[in-house]
Unconditional design. Structure first.
Length: 162
């Protein structure tokens, strides 16, 4: 039984939580919690890496950024674990590779959302990437789950293809 599967499940859960948190940032109107514009607001938050978190909007926006770093790392570990599996699950490992390519792009877009003063167009692009990453990681997790069930049914023999 491979731990890679659990990394991919954890990645799906992490991106789900991050996206829900992002929706809270938007719907609560906390997107400017670290300020807006480049420099003091991104990559810094209110001019510093470790801002005072007593202001609620700052706490919410800062946690969104923090969660994006944690989620990015979990996705990275999951992708590495999937690629190291023997035999390598062809489709899910490629989906995880796609996810680790999209995450840094999404982080840059997140910075652009702040830099642009929460432009609706850029925020929508940010949302589209978030949805895509969630779909891709969830698909990889589902394939791994089904594959593992098949393997179990076949008495431990690796499931063919994927
Ligand atoms: C993997 C990384 C990230 C994911 C998956 C993600 C996901 C999301 C999601 C789903 C939303 C809600 C969109 C909506 O409801 O329309 C959101 C909002 C937001 N995100 Fe991210 N985010 C990520 C990284 C970042 C980073 C690094 C920043 C840094 C500045 C950032 C800044 C924002 C801001 C400011 C909003 C609110 C936009 C608004 O109020 O209009 N995000 N994010």
């Amino acid at each position: 039984m491979s731990s890679a599967r659990y990394w991919v499940y954890a990645a799906a859960l992490a991106i789900y939580i991050l996206n829900a948190w992002g929706a809270y940032v938007t719907l609560g109107g906390y997107g400017a919690g670290c300020g807006t514009g480049f420099g003091a607001s991104w990559p810094l938050c209110n001019g510093t890496l470790f801002p005072a978190l007593s202001h609620y909007p700052t706490l919410i926006e800062y946690l969104h950024r923090f969660l994006s770093v944690v989620t990015g790392l979990v996705i990275l570990f999951a992708a590495i674990a999937a690629w190291r599996m023997k035999p390598r699950p062809q489709l899910s490992s490629r989906l995880m590779l796609l996810a680790i390519i999209l995450v840094p792009i999404q982080v840059v877009i997140g910075g652009e959302v702040v830099g642009s003063g929460l432009s609706a167009l850029i925020a929508t692009t940010h949302f589209c990437f978030a949805t895509a990453i969630f779909g891709i990681v969830t698909m990889a997790a589902t394939l791994m789950y089904v594959d593992n069930k098949r393997e179990g049914a076949a008495g431990g023999q690796p499931a063919p293809g994927q």
